[in-house]
Design a protein around this ligand. Structure first.
Ligand code: NAD
Length: 261
């Protein structure tokens, strides 16, 4: 077994309440680019063009956002061995859950049951209301599958509106300039403070408040491990840094722990 997997397997074996905190790097092996990838959707779209305020104010921004979403899903991404390994660790009774910044739903597709989506999901769309306050959705509660919006756009609807109240519709993700759900953040904190080992995987750990979750766990007494293919600003705060690819290291480490029982 290669050294990074051996290191992680030993940490999994020594802890009973593991929580994973994941970022875009967990999904790059599924073909979804992270912000650093040299090719892919983020080379054609700048996420800063889709701030909450711009989205609410401008139908042209909303139209372009639907194009971006469609491109995000065009490759029909599937879970990769990193997602599958985390689901297997939960099945083995050693992982309490996953707190993810990802919006792709691939942890659930891999079989993970307890997943806290800090930044929402791009698999569904939601009503924002007719004139939401800055940073806060104020809709009627309607939600639907993202495919609903794609079909509306395909039928020539420039700016799909909520079928119940006529409000603005947006993917159920947290955009730049949009507040995180207080309930969801509290759920993430609860999970983090329950952990005796928190593994931050495939995240540049630069997007706050999400990136505070690993520190919440550490401050509550958990061992903090960072698994990433490049340095992060929190490496000095971690008890262990495992350098390399999550989709290569995690499956081997989890298999070793699961097989040991
Ligand atoms: P990020 O793009 O800032 O950082 C990803 C990190 O993962 C980088 O340090 C990168 O070097 C590393 N990485 C890439 N592939 C890896 C691999 N195979 N193994 C190990 N490390 C790998 O992502 P972030 O920290 O999640 O923050 C970006 C924000 O953008 C998040 O809020 C997230 O919601 C959003 N986002 C989500 C997706 C998605 O849902 N898949 C994709 C892009 C961006």
């Amino acid at each position: 077994m290669a050294e990074p997997s051996r290191q992680l397997a030993a940490l999994f074996a020594a802890h009973a309440r593991v929580v994973a905190f994941t970022g875009a790097g967990v999904s790059t092996a599924s073909g979804i680019p992270d912000f650093r990838s040299p090719v892919g959707v983020w080379t054609r779209y700048d996420p800063r063009d889709f701030t909450f305020a711009k989205y609410v104010a401008d139908p042209a921004v909303r139209r372009r956002a639907w194009d971006m979403r469609r491109e995000f899903w065009a490759s029909e991404p599937l879970p990769n061995p990193a997602h599958t390994a985390l689901a297997r660790l939960e099945d083995a009774g050693r992982l309490l859950g996953v707190v993810t910044q990802n919006i792709d739903g691939l942890h659930q597709a891999a079989g993970s049951r307890r997943v806290v989506e800090l930044h929402g999901t791009s698999r569904t769309v939601m009503c924002l209301g007719r004139s939401p306050r800055v940073g806060t959705p104020d809709g009627c509660g309607w939600t639907g599958p993202t495919q609903w919006a794609f079909e509306a756009v395909d039928m020539g609807v420039e700016d799909p509106r909520c079928p119940d109240c006529g409000g603005i519709v947006k993917s159920a993700t947290v955009s730049f300039g949009q507040n995180l759900s207080v309930e969801v953040f509290e759920e993430a904190e609860t999970l983090a403070t329950s952990a005796d080992l928190l593994v931050a995987i495939g995240s540049s750990l630069q997007v706050y408040p999400a990136a505070a979750i690993p520190l919440v766990a550490r401050d509550a007494g958990a061992t903090l491990v960072i698994l990433n293919d490049e340095p992060t600003p929190l490496d000095d705060d971690a008890d262990h840094v495992v350098r390399g690819r999550a989709d290569e290291i995690l499956p081997v480490a989890v298999a070793a722990v699961a097989e040991a029982g």
